[in-house]
Design a protein around this ligand. Structure first.
Ligand SMILES: [Fe+2]
Length: 433
C-alpha cells in the first residue's frame, strides 16, 4: 500500500472533489468496530500475510493482534500486538456521499508456513472478532483456489449469493482470485461497502487476490490518465513487485505452492501505451525466471472474447506470443459477462472467461471455445496437485458445468484432457442490461 504517492498522483489529475490526505485528527472518544476487514496474499505467502480494514474518521491508532491458533481459548493471551499503518482519507463519491475514514494496513512477516493463525484488528474497546487465516506451505503441495469473474452488480444481494455459493462449495479454498469489476462504479463507495458485505467473515479469513477491471477505473472528463478507484490501494494490500509505481498493487506476482500467479492491469494496457509496454517487459521477466511449475495469468479483459461484438485482438497480438513461448498454462479473465473456455492454439494456454455476477451478455459467434454459456453465474475451482492442474466450473446452483485437466510431467506445454459433463450447453441470456 504505497498510498501517499499514489493518492497524491491521483489528486493531481482529479476533477472530482475527492481525496485529501489529512492531518490525523485527535482521537475520537468512542469508536465502533473495524469494517471492511480483508486479508490479501503477499509475494511470500508462506511467511507473510497482509491485512486491511477501515474505521470511522478520527478513530486514531489501530493495531493487529495475532497468534497461532490454540486447542482452546489460550490464543488471546499469547497474541502479539503490532501497530498498523494508518491513512486518513476523505472523498466525495458518485453517490454524493462525503466519505471520511481511517484506513489501516499491516503486513505480518516472519510467520510459520502451513500454520493456522488467529488475529483481530482495531484497538481497545473497538476490536474486530477473532478470525482465522492460514499461511501457505513453503513447499509444493496440493491446493485449490477459487477463480471468479465480475461481481459488479447487485453486489450485496445477487453477487454475494454466488460468491457465498462458491465458498460453501469450496470450504478449503486456499485463496480467492477476482478477475476485475468487483464493483460497478469506481467512485461509488457504497458499492465497495456492498462488496465487503458479501461475506465479511470469509473475506477476512480466506486471502484474496484481485486485478482491476474497467469499472475500478474512473475517467472523468478531461482526466488523463484515468484514475484507479482510491479505495483500491486504501482497502487492499497487494504485492508491490510490479513494474512501476503507477501499476503497483494492480500488476504483481505471487508464487503459491508451485503456481506462479500473475496479475496484469488490462485497462492500463488498453489506455496507456507506456503502462502497456512496462507490463509487457515486466511480464516477460516474470515468465523467463519462473521457479513455479505452473503459471496462471489473470487480467480483466479476455484475449479471446465471448461477448457479442467484442474482440480481444489487440491483446492477442501483444500477449499471446509471450504466453506461448513461456508455456503459460491458464489465462483467466472476466469482462464479457458470459462463460467460455478453450485452447485456440494447441501449444498455448487454456483461456477462460467467466462471470459470477448477475449481469449477463449474449454470446458472440465463437470458434475457439470447447464449452460456453450465457445467462448463468459461474465460479471455478482450480485444483493444483503436482503435475496435474484441474479446473471445474460450477453454475450457481452448484451443478458441474465444465471441467478439464492439464498434465505437465516435464518442460513444455501441458497436455489438455477435456472433462466437461455431457449436459447441454446453457444459453440462457436474459435481455441485455
Ligand atoms: Fe469490465
Amino acid at each position: 500500500m504505497r498510498l501517499s504517492l499514489r493518492l497524491a498522483a491521483t489528486l493531481s489529475c482529479s476533477v472530482l472533489a475527492f481525496a485529501a490526505l489529512q492531518t490525523v485528527p485527535a482521537q475520537a472518544q468512542t469508536v465502533s468496530a473495524p469494517e471492511r476487514v480483508i486479508v490479501n496474499l503477499t509475494e511470500t505467502p508462506s511467511t507473510s500475510l497482509a491485512f486491511n480494514w477501515r474505521a470511522e474518521a478520527g478513530a486514531g491508532d489501530g493495531f493487529i493482534e495475532y497468534a497461532i491458533l490454540t486447542p482452546g481459548p489460550a490464543y488471546p493471551a499469547q497474541a502479539v500486538r503490532l501497530p498498523a499503518q494508518r491513512t486518513s482519507a476523505a472523498f466525495t463519491t458518485r453517490d454524493e456521499q462525503n466519505v471520511a475514514a481511517d484506513y489501516y494496513s499491516v503486513r505480518l512477516t516472519g510467520l510459520t508456513p502451513d500454520t493456522q493463525y488467529v488475529y483481530r484488528v482495531g484497538k481497545e474497546g473497538a476490536w474486530s472478532p477473532w478470525r482465522q487465516v492460514k499461511t501457505a506451505a513453503a513447499e509444493v503441495r496440493p491446493f485449490t483456489f477459487l477463480y471468479m469473474g465480475d461481481v459488479q452488480n447487485d453486489i450485496r444481494s445477487m453477487g454475494g449469493l454466488a460468491v457465498r455459493r462458491a465458498l460453501r462449495q469450496t470450504p478449503d479454498a486456499a485463496f480467492m482470485l477476482f478477475a476485475g469489476d468487483l464493483i460497478n462504479r469506481a467512485d461509488n463507495d457504497a458499492e465497495w461497502g456492498e462488496w465487503f458485505d458479501m461475506d465479511a467473515h470469509r473475506l477476512a479469513e480466506t486471502p484474496s487476490l484481485m486485478t482491476p477491471g474497467n469499472h475500478e477505473y474512473m475517467k472523468p472528463q478531461g482526466s488523463t490518465p484515468q484514475m484507479l478507484a482510491p479505495q483500491w490501494r486504501l482497502q487492499f494490500t497487494l504485492p508491490e513487485n510490479g513494474p512501476s509505481d503507477m501499476l503497483t498493487e494492480t500488476v504483481y506476482r505471487v508464487d503459491y505452492q508451485g503456481v506462479r500467479i500473475i496479475s496484469l492491469d488490462a485497462d492500463m494496457i488498453d489506455e496507456d501505451p507506456q503502462a502497456a509496454q512496462d507490463q509487457f517487459a515486466w511480464l516477460e521477466r516474470q515468465l523467463a525466471d519462473n521457479p513455479s511449475r505452473w503459471t496462471v495469468v489473470f487480467l480483466h479483459y479476455p484475449l479471446y472474447s465471448t461477448a457479442r461484438g467484442r474482440s480481444g485482438e489487440e491483446l492477442q497480438t501483444a500477449l499471446q506470443p509471450v504466453f506461448d513461448r513461456y508455456h503459460v498454462d491458464l489465462v483467466l479473465a472476466g469482462h464479457d459477462h458470459t462463460y467460455g473456455r478453450g485452447r485456440p492454439h494447441e501449444q498455448g494456454p487454456v483461456y477462460m472467461v467467466s462471470n459470477v455476477g448477475p449481469k449477463q451478455y449474449p454470446l458472440g459467434d465463437l470458434n475457439w471455445t470447447d464449452r460456453k454459456a450465457s445467462g448463468v453465474q459461474v465460479f471455478q475451482q482450480v485444483e493444483v496437485a503436482g503435475d496435474r492442474l484441474t479446473v471445474r466450473a460450477f453454475t450457481m446452483d452448484g451443478a458441474l458445468y465444465d471441467a478439464f485437466q492439464l498434465d505437465k510431467p516435464g518442460a513444455g506445454p501441458a497436455r489438455l484432457t477435456d472433462l466437461k459433463p455431457a449436459t447441454p450447453e446453457l444459453i440462457l441470456r436474459r435481455e441485455d442490461q
